[in-house]
Design a protein around this ligand. Structure first.
Ligand code: FAD
Ligand code: EPU
Length: 335
């Protein structure tokens, strides 16, 4: 079951070629427990590998979570509860829900990665977040090997954050996620500007959940590089949140600074704008660079090392700090 000296290139969407000292792909709870009982110096859990930057060979054990299965637990006229195994591909699951005419995941179409990883950073896009439809998840404690259930409150979801990325980071493997979706009277969310424009282009006036999904897919395809063609991990940094007073000071210097209020005292600024304004958008440094259509996405054109991308990210952070006095925090997990 455990293999040695395995290239992780096929297992990360940045396409970085590093080796795992030991590697196991596990398809069920018993397999997972068996590999976790072996002696390992260091452990890395991997899903779809679409939110990691691998900067060195991984010493110890890499466990690729590949549990499959989708089960409807309960269904009535208004809601449907679905339990999904951690290794199911996120977008395939979204398409499955749309095929059943279930609502709630359409705005989260085409996000790469696996279902089991979605709670870790509370994936979000186009006016929706995982927490909106999340009921609970099951996770195996790495030391006790006990399966525990986490409610929505237990998960402490925030913007690109959860308890799994903070308080209990590295202590659990998520094995399944349970969702509460709508069976009818779907809540159509088109308040994210680009969606309504796209629906208009598509000639849709009374959108269904399937239409919203198609619109989101079209928008994403126009901006984000497909990892199958160009290596990347989506947004490399989080959008920074600054105090209103800091924002006002910046706005007097940069009158076009885009922004969104998050509370009475805080404002979110798109990191993509900061990076573009700093002159990095579309910059190529040979095998790697900053995407042409989205400055928040760092790309591997082929053959770059994790260290190359990491160095580029540090250079961007330094430039943004120097120009705007803002420190950008990585969204991608740097390993
Ligand atoms: P991985 O990269 O495999 O893992 C991410 C982290 O979780 C690692 O630290 C890993 O150790 C840990 N982990 C993985 N599986 C488990 C598990 N079962 N239990 C415990 N820990 C685990 N994200 C968004 O939120 N919104 C977007 O719009 C978005 N767009 C993207 C677009 C592109 C083109 C790409 C490449 C990425 C995008 N992402 C986006 C980021 C990414 O898709 C999500 O973060 C996704 O949830 C990562 O899933 P994964 O299975 O690939 O995680
Ligand atoms: N912008 C620029 N130049 C750029 C890119 C963006 O000026 O090159 C500015 C524009 O003002 C634009 C604004 O940034 O209006 C927002 O851009 P976009 O709608 O593309 O979204 P984003 O803030 O860059 C976030 C998420 C994405 C998610 C989209 C859509 C983060 C870190 N990123 O990106 O998530 O898909 O919104 O909701 O919050 C990811 O997490 O990997 C990811 C791709």
């Amino acid at each position: 079951m455990i293999q040695h000296n395995i290239s992780l290139k096929p297992y990360n969407t940045f396409g970085i070629d590093v080796q795992a000292e030991s590697f196991a792909s596990v398809e069920g709870l018993e397999d997972l427990k068996t590999v976790l009982k072996t002696n390992y110096s260091n452990l890395l859990i991997l899903g779809g590998g679409s939110n990691v930057l691998l900067t060195k060979n991984i010493e110890g054990l890499v466990v690729h979570v590949d549990f499959k299965g989708i089960e409807i637990l309960e269904q009535n006229k208004t809601t449907t509860t679905v339990k999904v195994a951690a290794g199911e591909n996120w977008h395939d699951f979204v398409l499955w829900t749309l095929g059943q005419n279930l609502g709630g995941l359409e705005n989260l179409s085409l996000i790469p990665g696996n279902v089991g990883t979605a709670p870790i950073q509370n994936i979000g896009a186009y006016g929706a977040e995982l927490k909106d439809v999340f009921l609970s998840c099951e996770a195996l404690h790495l030391e006790t090997l006990e399966l525990e259930t986490f409610s929505k409150a237990d998960c402490k979801f925030g913007y690109r954050n959860s308890v799994f990325k903070s308080d209990i980071k590295g202590q659990y493997v998520i094995t399944s996620v349970t969702f509460e979706l709508t069976s009818s009277n779907h809540m159509i969310k088109t308040n994210y500007g680009a969606i309504s424009n796209q629906l208009e282009t598509m000639g849709v006036t009374r959108p269904t959940v399937q239409d919203v999904s198609k619109a989101v897919i079209a928008i994403r395809q126009s901006k984000l590089p497909d990892p199958k063609t160009i290596g990347n991990s989506g947004s490399f940094f989080k959008n920074p949140v600054v105090s209103s007073s800091k924002f006002k000071a910046l706005q007097s210097q940069f009158p076009n600074l885009p922004h969104y209020a998050v509370s009475e005292s805080e404002v979110k600024i798109p990191a993509g704008w900061l990076i573009e304004t700093a002159g990095f958008k579309g910059k190529s440094f040979g095998q790697y660079g900053v995407h042409n259509n989205q400055a928040l996405v760092l790309v591997n054109y082929g053959g770059a090392s994790g260290q190359d991308i990491l160095q580029l990210s540090v250079n961007i952070q330094k430039a943004i700090e120097a120009i705007f006095g803002i420190s950008l925090e990585a969204e991608v997990n740097i390993l």
